[in-house]
Design a protein around this ligand. Sequence first.
Ligand SMILES: Cc1c2[nH]c(c1CCC(=O)O)Cc1[nH]c(c(CCC(=O)O)c1C)Cc1[nH]c(c(CCC(=O)O)c1C)Cc1[nH]c(c(C)c1CCC(=O)O)C2
Length: 345
Amino acid sequence: MTTTLSESPFLAACRGQTPAHVPVWFMRQAGRSLPEYRAIREGVAMLDSCFTTDLVVEITMQPVRRHGVDAAIFFSDIVVPLKAIGVDLDIVAGVGPVVAEPIRTRAQLDQLRDLEPDDVAPVIAAVAALTGELGGTPLIGFAGAPFTLASYLVEGRPSRDYRNTKAMMHTDPELWHDLLGRISAIAGQFLRMQVQAGASAVQLFDSWAGALSLADYRTFAMPHSAAVLEAVADLDVPRIHFGVGTGELLGAMGEAGADVVGVDWRVPLDEAVHRVGPGKALQGNLDPTTLFAPPEVVEREARRVLDQGRAAHGHVFNLGHGVMPEIDPDALTRLVDVVHAYELD
Ligand SMILES: Cc1c2[nH]c(c1CCC(=O)O)Cc1[nH]c(c(CCC(=O)O)c1C)Cc1[nH]c(c(CCC(=O)O)c1C)Cc1[nH]c(c(C)c1CCC(=O)O)C2
């Protein structure tokens, strides 16, 4: 059992050191796969729960208690800081973030003001309470990356092809860069507040960056993500940078200022090492749908990921994307045990 943060296998792996065992946590580990989550959320709207300190603390702790994961991720959503500054948006069950008035014009940028501590006081109070409650288990803070947040603000809802987002990017690059500049300031401020309240690491979620070509990523998204990561560079916490379908972008995502690059299941970790470049740890990358297969298949696939992860300069085991609501939580607990039993020497 880890007793202090300094012995954390998660933090060691993020820093490229050899941990006592391969650390594991799951994106979306808090959420609908857990019956205790569904019970506590009954009758409470998603965004209301994100601004209720006690609920954030309890929901964050649920997967830590149940699965024995090596890190907690604070329960929130990437749109929380936008809601906090007054953007009219909601998270609709089964759909995702929906913005009442999608941002398409310069006049609409005015609503994207800086984030002040008072805007997110109950959220930051939860982060502070959690770092006490978690003891030696690190808390990961997070924010949405500018491109992914812009995709929700411009489309107004989840999108398949990001047509309005990309149209703005190519048609009015000046407006685009001003929009992403504002979002990156907000995301950077939010991450700083979380680390100053006690978060031990941060993850920047650029979930939908894989929709961009490498050239467009470098021109239109990467400088703004780099600014967010730079906003916490002096705070000495590992910075994880994750997206889906980012095989072509892995090198650039590392260059943006990450210590750890998240990899989805499409690129094996021993290949991702070459794409990401030296001196960076990797996080990933079991295909989440593997968890619908029998335990022996999950174990075989997990061991393949672990074997391939040995090539990395530090490996944090995770899924290639988030836990799906229908996944059996017992399969996740068994997976944690498989990872922890894996011999590193
Ligand atoms: C793209 C994105 C969003 N939100 C997030 C991302 C990036 C991660 C990723 O790529 O999956 C990040 C996020 N959202 C949530 C967390 C909680 C912490 C954790 O990972 O355990 C985190 C890290 C809770 C949530 N965020 C959301 C839920 C489900 C809402 C509920 O339980 O009522 C949870 C637990 C809602 C949400 N919020 C978003 C979507 C697409 C959805 C799903 C809509 C649905 O299927 O109902 C936007």
